[in-house]
Ligand binder design. Structure first.
Ligand SMILES: [Ca+2]
Ligand SMILES: [Ca+2]
Ligand SMILES: [Ca+2]
Ligand SMILES: [Ca+2]
Length: 711
């Protein structure tokens, strides 16, 4: 079990002792946590063999799920029992990725399916050029590993002070693009608290520095370098701080092809052809082309390939937009020069030069409400926007620099709901936080009316169920602009033999969580499928009309933080997987319906079925929490677990416990809220595997049920 670093750093025996005493009994079986892939890229139109490393055994895994289309993978390493007849601890294995010739390049998520369910997410770079893997002994200039270009150079900054050299020969002058992916591949790794900060340097054959790049996309560099003479050159890769880690892999795409970094305008209407400006490395200034995004692209951020003269470009970020699109025109640097702003509308602009300030004007009556959002950094624009609203006297009324999108931060700016304090001509001002500018400082300003609504996120990227058992998936709502109605959940795409009981998020401004309880038929083999979760609600619009909104929940992968905290990162898919090797097979309750009068208590008796030989600690709960932070609470508001009256810790093979719920005297009436009893087994200090009971429907009787009507 990795100890929390903060405690280790104190070096205090007492602190260590405290941790050891707290240490939960480990699971007998854990899903594999994928750590790194070497090489970390695979080639389009080819089959590439790679080595996958994990924490916890991958023994028995049979299949690989890869996101998107055109990429498949299979496990090459044979699964053989050891000479002692026992399963080996398999934390390294060979995979073979096969990529179709028309597969879109970029990063894909993948995971293994096996007897312990689904692994955590791994990421693989799909690249156009041949893959070259780092060989040993390339740490000094003289031993630079020879490479032929174009190539996708893959290696690892495996130890402190590691420096990797690659030597290439140019037979004529050339401009080369070096696109490094490393730090961005580490956000989703479960157990990698420290991340790489790669630095690329181009040197002459004798070692003089020709060019260097550090941070373009987060900590990852994009370097364009002009070579005026034929000759031998070196590419040097290291961590900017000279740190290292056996799981710090990188993939550097090196070619003379253009690398598009942005387009202008950044927002495009689906299916509509228009002339756009193309911006990037080795792209001549002022390059324009006719482009129409596919008509079936969903509104929001999308990646597209542009038809350049030399062939399809690298995938480029655009915003598919259904609002009327307009563009920044002429001088707008001061409030008096402000360009009129259309509401609702999407205005595409740019910080053309350093110190550029863009001003837009709109008339508003006292009490009129607006919502403004700048989309830039989410689409890899160089701009870190800051937005302000000024009145006609030049006073700054409100400002936004960075925002939160669900549980994670973004450097983009938004003013979700702003009400004009008086009849006035207002000015919306946008600039870069550091007053930088340039061709790729593009943005979209979305101006709309605030509308009640909600976003949904899934607490995990995987739900693992024992055959014959149940497991919960929690869904959290981020309510917007006063929406406090009920949200009904649904799940689609279940694996064969799995059923789902979809619950609801109760009405109330502070009621956020609901659940979907999956049940797997007895005897199901290992396997899994991507499952989509949606929520629907009746939403009352500002004009008084009621509309139904359907929102797809975004999966989030759980990760753990330095010090032992649990955090989340967005992922592409949620998988429901069957795990024949589970420590807790089933959680049985003595009730499926439970009624609790306000001010009273009620008890649920629980009996778990342990896997044969599994005697370690199991903890029961009805609220999903870690280190006193609550990640999901589906109990009716006012109903809590009475910890003192409950028996939730089952030690030394115990199978029976009970949970006592109490309802506060002012608990509002609720009819049949779906809840479940969870049985947790700790995998390490942060992660736990969770089995669930079948639904227990909790009712709080009362004269008048809580209003479930739309608001
Ligand atoms: Ca290395
Ligand atoms: Ca860097
Ligand atoms: Ca501008
Ligand atoms: Ca910002």
């Amino acid at each position: 079990m990795p100890l929390p670093c903060s405690l280790l750093r104190t070096g205090s025996l007492a602190a260590l002792f405290a941790v050891l005493l707290l240490r939960p009994a480990a699971a007998q079986t854990s899903y594999p946590m994928l750590m790194s892939l070497k090489p970390t890229a695979v080639q389009v139109g080819a089959t590439t063999e790679v080595t996958l490393e994990s924490r916890y055994s991958m023994f028995g895994c049979k299949s690989v799920l890869v996101s998107g289309t055109g990429v498949t993978a299979e496990i090459v390493t044979p699964m053989e029992l050891g000479k002692d007849g026992k399963e080996p601890k398999l934390e390294s294995l060979k995979l073979k990725f096969t990529v179709a010739a028309d597969a879109v390049p970029g990063v894909r998520d993948f995971r293994l399916l096996g007897p312990t369910g689904a692994s955590t997410i791994g990421q693989v770079v799909v690249a156009v050029d041949p893959i070259i893997a780092e060989e040993k002994d390339n740490d000094v200039l003289e031993k630079g590993q020879p490479i032929t270009l174009p190539a996708t150079v893959c290696g690892t900054i495996e130890k402190a002070e590691d420096v990797d050299f690659f030597r290439f020969t140019l037979t004529e002058p050339a401009t080369l693009q070096f696109h490094c992916r490393a730090m961005r591949l580490e956000d989703r790794i479960h157990d990698l608290q420290a991340h790489v900060d790669p630095l690329l340097t181009i040197r002459s054959s004798t070692g003089s520095v020709i060019a260097a790049a550090d941070n373009t996309y987060a900590a990852d560099p994009l370097l364009s370098c002009r070579f005026d003479r034929a000759g031998d050159y070196l590419l040097e890769v290291r961590d900017s701080r000279y740190q290292g880690n056996p799981h710090w892999t990188y993939a550097i795409e090196v070619s003379s092809r253009p690398f598009v970094t942005a387009v202008s305008p950044l927002a495009l209407a689906p299916g509509a052809a228009r002339s756009i400006e193309v911006i990037g490395q080795n792209v001549p200034t002022g390059t324009r082309l006719e482009f129409a995004p596919a008509a079936d692209l969903a509104p929001g951020p999308q990646r597209v390939r542009l038809p350049l003269a030399v062939g399809p470009s690298n995938p480029v970020n655009i915003l598919i937009e259904t609002l009327p699109i307009s563009e920044e025109t002429g001088e707008n640097n001061t409030p008096s020069q402000a360009q009129p702003l259309q509401v609702p509308g999407a205005l595409c602009g740019r910080m053309e030069t350093a110190a550029d300030v863009d001003c837009f004007a709109f008339e508003a009556k006292k009490g009129e409400a607006f919502a403004f959002e700048v989309v830039a950094r989410r689409l890899d624009s160089a701009l870190d926007p800051i937005m302000a609203i000024l009145n006609d006297k030049g006073a700054r009324l409100t400002e936004s620099d960075d925002i939160r999108i669900g549980p994670r931060g973004s450097q983009d700016a938004a003013i979700d709901s702003w009400t004009a304090p008086a009849d006035c001509r207002y000015v919306l001002e946008i600039r870069d936080l550091h007053l930088r500018g340039g061709a790729d400082f593009v943005y979209v300003l979305r101006a709309t009316r605030p509308e009640p609504g909600f976003d949904l996120v899934l607490d995990s990227d995987k739900t693992i169920i024992a055959p014959g058992g149940c497991a919960p998936l929690f869904v959290r709502a981020f309510r917007k602009n006063g929406f406090d109605g009920e949200i009904t959940l649904a799940a689609e795409g279940l694996p064969e033999g799995v059923t789902a009981s979809a619950g609801r998020i109760l009405p109330g401004a502070k009621t956020l969580d609901g659940s979907i309880l999956f049940e797997a038929a007895a005897g199901l083999p290992a396997g899994g499928r991507e499952v989509a979760v949606t929520g629907r609600a009746q939403v009352k619009l500002p004009d008084g009309s009621v509309t139904e909104k359907i929102v797809r929940a975004r999966p989030m992968q759980e990760i753990y933080m330095p010090g032992g905290g649990r955090s989340h990162f967005y992922s592409d898919q949620h998988v429901v997987a069957i795990a024949p090797q589970s420590d807790v097979v089933a959680v049985k309750l003595d009730a499926t319906e439970l009624s609790i009068e306000p001010g009273k208590t009620a008890q649920i008796d629980v009996e778990i079925t342990r896997a044969e030989g599994f005697t370690q600690n199991v903890t029961l709960d009805m609220v999903f929490q870690h280190l006193s932070q609550i990640y999901a609470n589906t109990l009716p508001p006012g109903v809590t677990v009475d910890a003192k009256a409950s028996k939730t810790l089952l030690t030394a093979g115990e199978t029976k416990g009970h949970v006592v719920l109490k309802a506060a005297p002012d608990t509002a009436a609720v009819e049949r809220q779906q809840c479940c009893v969870m049985a947790h087994v700790s995998i390490n200090f942060v992660m736990k595997s969770t089995a669930g009971s079948k639904p227990v429907w909790i009712t709080v009787p009362g004269a008048a049920p809580a209003p479930a009507a739309a608001k």
